[in-house]
Design a protein around this ligand. Structure first.
Ligand SMILES: Nc1ncnc2c1ncn2[C@@H]1O[C@H](COP(=O)(O)OP(=O)(O)OP(=O)(O)O)[C@@H](O)[C@H]1O
Length: 237
């Protein structure tokens, strides 16, 4: 069964009498462990589609289902629980500056009510998995951009997410570090059977996806001839 299914989803914004069709009848499925890129220029509707997938926006038409359940039918509490089950990886890291990589990676678990010791153990497991165990005690200011994004990935995966929503996750990184991060993230998603919707305007990032959907003015077209890029050699980030 598909993890996420968008069926003929449309979303318009009206501002000052002007109507913008941000997403125009998009249909898309993501299976567990599948990495799907939304590739398009600024303003093409990528973030809106991610928000529809997260349930933070409601479609004007069509449906968004997760595990077969239409998000529109969820109560406020169920919708909040669904959002908590997602892992978010953004261009900006949103790391807490005053605390260590370990505390940052554990933060979501602590908010979710995990006991501190267990949360830190889980966070450390994921920092180890992304190659940052030796830097666990460092605050974000003492980490490189690539290392900070690895903390974000550890934070997202520590909660054992049902789905990862990534919005331009490599935009703050140079090409080599971006490739290393994407390769790591895509590899973990496939290994853990977690689907990922990856919004990007970077062809290098899209290349790591199993499938690529081109977005233009809210219209989505899946590429028929896409083949995922091979993982690059490990690089320092
Ligand atoms: N809250 C909003 N109110 C009005 N218009 C909006 C709103 N959010 C997005 N839009 C418009 O919808 C269209 C799609 O925007 P969206 O942010 O989804 O695209 P994007 O591909 O993610 O762009 P970017 O890469 O620049 O973030 C754009 O024309 C944008 O101006």
């Amino acid at each position: 069964m598909s993890a996420l299914e968008l069926d003929a989803v449309a979303k318009r914004y009206t501002t000052g009498g002007e109507v913008v069709c941000a997403v125009d009848g998009a249909s898309l499925t993501i299976a567990p462990g599948e990495v799907v890129a939304l590739y398009g220029p600024s303003g093409s509707g990528k973030t809106t589609l991610l928000e529809l997938a997260a349930g933070t926006q409601r479609p004007d038409h069509g449906s968004v289902r997760f595990g077969g359940v239409d998000l529109a039918t969820l109560s406020a509490g169920e919708a909040a629980r669904y959002r908590r089950s997602l892992g978010f990886v953004f261009q900006r890291f949103y790391l807490h500056p005053g605390t260590s990589a370990l505390d940052n990676a554990a933060m979501k678990l602590l908010f979710a009510g995990w006991a501190p010791r267990r949360a830190k153990q889980q966070a450390l497991t994921w920092l180890r998995r992304v190659g940052l165990e030796q830097r666990a005690g460092h605050p974000p200011s003492k980490l490189s951009m690539g290392e900070q994004q690895r903390v974000v990935i550890a934070r997202a995966l520590a909660g054992e997410p049902a789905l990862i929503l990534a919005d331009e996750p490599t935009a703050s990184l140079d090409t080599e570090r971006g490739r290393a991060i994407l390769s790591l993230l895509a590899g973990i998603c496939r290994e853990r059977r977690v689907g990922m919707l990856l919004a990007t305007h970077d062809p290098d990032a899209a290349a790591f996806a199993d499938r690529v959907c081109d977005l233009r003015d809210g219209l989505l077209t899946e590429r028929a001839d896409h083949r995922p890029a091979a993982a690059p050699a490990p690089a320092r980030t």
